[in-house]
Design a protein around this ligand. Structure first.
Ligand code: COA
Length: 369
């Protein structure tokens, strides 16, 4: 341990060795042990990040903290100084990612959040955010407790909100997750959206049709431009995105993800995934997932962006429509549109025009330091 601090029988430690980091990364297995279905962590990926051996490491200062009571690991969080975020937004904002905690550990969590917030403050940060950091952290669920959340989303217990509020955090942003059904009406609407864009000279191609590796770079470029002023985001590099997505070229992601081009120039990008619950979720033997949540029937659009100059011409709708139609052809019955800020009306209108209805809600937290 780099250092340890004790308060009222609770010890706050900073894990460093491989086995300490492994224990840290596995805490969710205790928190979610009673769940019928949940998304387990990518333990190796987390250990690489915490050991500064990730593609993201050169942009981050990161320090994991954990709370122990009577020797037992009961809560954890990692404090992050994300230099790219700070350079992009010119804001001294630190992040608290990887937060997980057992129930009834109010004193331990209070001490943990205090220590990790102090670490950020000592390094000049003015605010601490938890629940949103590009590629690193996702918001906290405020409904559907106990159910399998959409892919990438947290399915945290309700008591997490008490922990954050008691540690002087405020809700910063709300976010919503939409779901559309593959009804005949929706599918015929989607066909019209796709055909309308084609008729007006917009070419929609899947990443497989475009060439998967070139499509990854096109996604990075369009996303950096389209999300330049999107709350919470910061630019990412082609060299970090390639290794993250490269292995997906043999999967349905290549057919479900889309690019839109006008006169050969890519102006829009969509990244979508098939139902991953069968391969990545931990599901209790014999448990049948609600088909709108998983079990082979829920695909999801994870990210959509259109360059500013090409907006308002139905390009987002056309890309999403073709992605959803391909999901339907592959036997999926539901299409997620994951995840939209409450105040991002262009995106919310896009989701609603696709027949989406809000099926889950999330928040992130912020605290002055
Ligand atoms: C969201 C985004 C992808 C929409 O792209 P677009 O190609 O302009 O959208 P479309 O032209 O297909 O329009 C989709 C719907 O949104 C509506 N819309 C588009 N721009 C809007 C705006 N500025 N304000 C309100 N509604 C808007 C359209 O009217 C349409 O709804 P309708 O069918 O009821 O008419 C684009 O604005 C964008 O890239 N924004 C920045 C990145 C982002 O926020 N991505 C989504 C993250 S969740």
């Amino acid at each position: 341990m780099a250092s340890a601090v004790s308060f009222q029988g609770v010890r706050i430690e900073r894990p460093q060795s491989r086995s300490q980091l492994d224990e840290f990364a596995r805490l969710p297995y205790s928190v979610y042990a009673g769940r019928d279905a949940w998304w387990p962590p990518d333990v190796q990926n987390e250990i690489d990040l915490l050991s500064n051996r990730s593609h993201l490491s050169s942009y981050l200062d990161i320090e994991p903290f954990c709370a122990r009571r009577d020797g037992r690991l009961v809560a954890r969080v990692s404090a992050v100084i994300n230099h790219r975020y700070i350079d992009h937004w010119k804001e001294s904002l630190g992040q608290l990612i990887h937060f997980e905690a057992l129930e009834g550990e109010d004193a331990a969590v209070a001490a943990l959040l205090e220590e990790s917030a102090a670490w950020l403050k000592q390094r000049g940060m003015m605010r601490a955010r938890s629940g949103f950091a590009a590629f690193l952290d996702y918001p906290y669920a405020i409904d559907n407790y106990g159910e399998l959340p959409s892919f990438l989303m947290r399915g945290n217990p309700a008591y997490y909100h008490r922990y954050f509020k008691n540690a002087a955090f405020e809700t910063e942003k709300g976010q919503v997750d939409y779901t559309s059904t593959m009804s005949p009406e929706n599918q015929s609407r989607w066909r019209k959206m796709f055909e309308g864009a084609s008729a007006s000279g917009v070419t929609i191609r899947s990443w497989r049709e475009y060439g998967f590796l070139a499509a990854i770079d096109a996604w990075t470029d369009v996303t950096n431009a389209a999300f330049d002023r999107h709350w919470g985001w910061h630019p990412v590099m082609r060299t970090e995105v390639r290794p993250m997505l490269m292995s997906l070229w043999e999967t349905p992601v290549a057919d479900l993800s889309m690019l839109a081009a006008i006169n050969g120039d890519v102006v829009g990008a969509v990244f979508s995934v098939p139902d991953l619950s069968g391969t990545l979720a931990q599901v209790r033997r014999g448990y049948r997932l609600d088909p709108s949540r998983g079990g082979g029937t829920r695909g999801a659009l994870i990210n959509i962006g259109v360059l500013e100059a090409a907006r308002g011409r139905g390009i987002a709708l056309a890309m999403a429509a073709r992605s959803f139609l391909t999901m339907a052809q592959q036997g999926m019955r539901y299409a997620g549109y994951t995840l939209v800020l409450d105040d991002n009306w262009p995106s919310r209108h896009t989701a609603e025009s696709l027949g989406g209805r809000v099926t889950a809600n999330f928040v992130n937290y912020i605290r002055a330091l």
